[in-house]
Ligand binder design. Structure first.
Ligand SMILES: NC(=O)c1ccc[n+]([C@@H]2O[C@H](COP(=O)([O-])OP(=O)(O)OC[C@H]3O[C@@H](n4cnc5c(N)ncnc54)[C@H](O)[C@@H]3O)[C@@H](O)[C@H]2O)c1
Length: 371
């Protein structure tokens, strides 16, 4: 049994993250939010719909009579204002008012879009996160960042809007495609590198059980990552300072993701970007070669990529150029996240193009070797 995690702001409780191996926990949520006589709209995508929508609808219907669902085609290309417009129309046609509530059933795309819809519909209504991908459970459902992509720029339009609850049912990971499941571990390993050496050792010890979806181990890992994300977002809810450490591995990772035209998954790119950040940390004497190797081994143990094949395809200068357009750069200065040993990440504005180029070269292999 895993206790609820309460997210606070200015020391006031804002919302709870709760855990259960079924969706029965949603009855408690409806009771706590006192919404059994309100309208609830479950928003999901076409993949999650197939496996989990009926279960969720049947639990919610036990406590509430006015249950609606809105399904859109799965995938990042639908994360835009045009899908949001369809959602606004659906809510208006079904007379949703300020006291009604949205349930986001899905991965980060569903969560970010439902959060944005909730932030903007009637100037803000409540929403509940029911994350179904590993990435959404440990990362995107917590912290209140919502939004959509715009004109090819990721998450360019958005708002901070806190959920009323985050309900995590790790059993749904059984239907998540394997590549998406593995990709989620990049953010988990990142949490251990930025904040917690003991967690890093735990992840090493239990990699096999976690990959085999051992319920206790997997839930412990999700739980621990939620605690780390909680500690960072509570300290810096509006991303003005310390929250930047969550971007460890993301500066070069995002650039590789964009350069690959999103053929590589986000977590796969975070793995590669993290190896680069670890490499720069090692070159600066902040971590030892043993720590560097141990971290690379951990990403590899979770079957994440630690090298890129073929220098001809991955153009180092182009990747570095993309890092300059990262929307998280401040006046063209990149806040690069490095780590001092495992567990102490910090932002540094002095990482040079040369250091980045050397780090990216270190992960590119030609014919199976990066010597
Ligand atoms: N708000 C934040 O703080 C934050 C943080 C990180 C990422 N994000 C955003 O999250 C998104 C990525 O999230 P994601 O990796 O979950 O992508 P996703 O939502 O596209 O889900 C990945 C794929 O898995 C499917 N899926 C999800 N759960 C499933 C399940 N249980 N069974 C079967 N299929 C399932 C989806 O339909 C999709 O095809 C990006 O848009 C990113 O910008 C937001």
């Amino acid at each position: 049994m895993f206790d609820a995690i309460t997210i606070k702001m200015d020391n006031k409780p804002i919302y709870d993250i709760i855990f259960d191996s079924t969706f029965d926990m949603l009855s408690k949520v409806i009771c706590d939010l006192d919404i059994s006589d309100r309208r609830i709209c479950i928003i999901t995508d076409s993949n999650v719909e197939q496996y989990h929508l009926d279960d969720v609808v049947s639990v919610v219907k036990r406590s509430c009579n006015n249950v609606y669902s809105f399904v859109f085609e799965a995938g990042e290309p639908r994360k835009n204002l045009s899908t949001i417009e369809k959602m606004y129309s659906f809510l208006i046609e079904n007379h949703f008012d300020r006291k009604d509530v949205l349930f986001a059933l899905g991965g980060g795309v569903v969560g970010d879009m439902t959060g944005f819809l909730a932030a903007t519909y009637l100037r803000g209504i409540r929403f509940v996160q029911i994350p179904t991908s590993l990435l959404a459970m440990v990362d995107s459902s917590i912290g209140g960042k919502t939004g959509v992509d715009f004109n090819g720029y990721k998450n360019m339009v958005g708002a901070f809007h806190m959920p009323s609850y985050v309900c995590i049912n790790p059993a749904v990971l059984n239907t998540l495609p394997e590549r998406e499941f593995i990709s989620g571990f990049a953010e988990i390993i990142k949490h251990s590198i930025i904040k917690d050496k003991e967690y890093f050792e735990y992840l090493k010890k239990y990699s096999e059980a976690a990959l085999n979806k051992d319920y206790e181990v997997l839930t412990s890992i999700i739980y621990k990552s939620c605690l780390i994300k909680k500690s960072v977002v509570e300290e810096d809810p509006a991303e003005k300072g310390i929250r930047a450490i969550l971007n460890f591995g993301h500066t070069i990772g995002h650039a590789i993701e964009k350069f690959s035209d999103f053929e590589l998954l986000h977590g796969e790119c975070v793995s590669l970007g993290s190896i680069c950040a670890l490499y720069i940390s090692m070159k600066r004497g902040l971590i030892s070669p043993e720590e560097y190797n141990s971290a690379c081994d951990l990403f590899a143990a979770y079957k994440l990529p630690v090298t890129l094949n073929s220098i001809s395809h991955f153009d180092i200068d182009a990747i570095i150029n993309i890092t300059k357009n990262d929307k998280k750069s401040d006046n063209n200065t990149i806040k690069f996240i490095l780590t001092e040993h495992i567990g102490n990440a910090f932002a540094d504005k002095s990482v040079s193009d040369m250091e980045m180029a050397e780090a990216i070269s270190s992960i590119i292999v030609i014919g199976g070797s990066n010597e």
